[in-house]
Design a protein around this ligand. Sequence first.
Ligand SMILES: O=C[C@H](O)COP(=O)(O)O
Length: 258
Amino acid sequence: MSDRMPLMAGNWKMNLNHLEAIAHVQKLAFGLADKDYEAVEVAVLPPFTDLRSVQTLVDGDKLKIKYGAQDISAHDSGAYTGEISGPMLAKLRCAYAVVGHSERRQYHDETDELCNAKVKAAFRNDLTPILCVGEGLDVRKAGNQVAHTLAQVDGGLRDVPAEQAETIVIAYEPVWAIGTGEVATPEDAQEVCGAIRGRLAELYGQEVADKVRIQYGGSVKSGNVAAIMAKPDVDGALIGGASLDADEFVKIVRFRDQ
Ligand SMILES: O=C[C@H](O)COP(=O)(O)O
């Protein structure tokens, strides 16, 4: 059992408007007790338009739920229509910024090079990046999941110094398991999460690698989370669909009781 604090993060994707966000976070706050936060770090990743509402609620009621954004611009300001910058997210006291989610890689052609620039933008603005990596079904079928995923890790971390790298969160999300109900086995998750930690050790040394939290994501639910969390290199989950149900998300946070 490592001493890394598990991170359960709910990626709402493009769901819940700012009013629904308030109701949802209130429900989570009502469902979670102080002892839950002692054992697990809990975060929500709402759409940009909800962040101010979530911040106001968290600040006003001194909630222990953390929050972050689903994306971040590689640039800090300027003529980049439609983008949201690190300084804007930092001003809203976001803790996290997701980088390179497979839906952004797939639908917005985000490359490892761009992800690397976004990781650096997050660090530059005191946000913790959650760098998403993982293979598609064709790569998995060819048995190349480890090599593919490690190349994304290398690309995302290029020229990131050790003192920053040790604070990053890496989310291993096999694309074929996202939103499909097709969860990877705990052994599948461990194989790649263990390989990611091995690569971090090669890049930065074992001490740094042992500090990095590696999440699994892909059809995580209360019924399968405990078995995945039992694996030594899995330090949390990035939860999509199931995070939209407050009761279910609370159960996932309490994975030790499942
Ligand atoms: O960011 C979350 C992942 O894409 C997983 O989504 P899912 O739990 O709906 O499969």
